[in-house]
Design a protein around this ligand. Sequence first.
Ligand SMILES: [Zn+2]
Ligand SMILES: [Zn+2]
Length: 380
Amino acid sequence: MAGLAIAALGAAGLVMRYAFLPMGGGAATGLLIGMVVGGYRMWANNRPAGSSSPPVFALVAGIVTLALMSIGAVWVRPSLRARYVPLVTRTLPSLSVDLPDWFAEKLDKQPEAGSAKFADPDGGGRFLEVRWNVSNPTDSSMFVSIYRSLGASLVSSRPATVGGHPGETLFMAAQGGSKLSCITYWHCPEDRRVIQVACFLDMSIADLTLFHQRILSTVKCHTLGKAGRPKVNLPKFDPPAGFYAMAQSNPVISAFVRGDQEYVVFTVATPGKELEAALGPDGSRRITVMKAECSLATLEEKQPVQQVQGALGHSRSLWLGVGSDGTGGKVRIALVNWHCDRRDLSFLGYHVSDPGQSIDQAVRAMLNARCHGTGPDGAP
Ligand SMILES: [Zn+2]
Ligand SMILES: [Zn+2]
């Protein structure tokens, strides 16, 4: 009977292991299978004298049952995980959130902009991601267009409250897929940042909602207070004649206007070279970004990305496009972006004008905008 008990213990252990623990790590599986086989042998060898040997089909039936139970355990695991996987507190720049204790593939340190990515040890391309960047409040259109460019579409959205701030949760499905991923974004006015928490876990909507909500309920933002408030780095722009600086009601851009049809905007600089990577080498992602930024109905490339030598020795990328605002009005966009190696910051500015207008003077001034100098932290 002791043998039978050992075999049952091994079987229960196998099912539990596949229900709760990540795949891989063959040692535990090997040990549990050993318990099942060893227990069966003990039982067979120590049977009472005179009784017949247990038929082999009992062993085969036992193995088949066990295999089916293990497959079932793997199948229900996402639900079990959504409810019971333990979370540990992750401290990120001016932000903390409880997440599963998964390997951090990326863990940025700058509070101005960055991301952290945690990979599911089960693999399958599943991961959790937190992103933050100094920004104005944003709406879902930017996220939806980015996901669309990645082949996913919006399934549903709902309001969310995170860290005391209002936000929104978007559920997305890959084309033709029934499993969902979701992203919640919100604006933290204290830190002037947009923060996103995304679950790319390929779960059913019920499990995903449960799991995502467990994580969101632990978020604390603007944890560094006033002293640790992320810096807003903007370049120094000497506008050509006729431009004047627009009132600084918005702390994370600097904007200049000439007449009523022409303006120059610089958005807050972001650490490192992630901006370059996000924009890519050609115009396609620039179109996505600028359509959202300028609320354009259409935008097409007018000239491919060129490298131009600007002030302070930096090579800068210049891209031109022409779009429409949906009411028939045409606009020309000139986008300039560059990396400043002296401060390890990436800068982005754009010029919006009527397509018939000469843009040389304004674009030249943007290419000469100063990103570093002798100010605090190397500011111009
Ligand atoms: Zn906050
Ligand atoms: Zn510079």
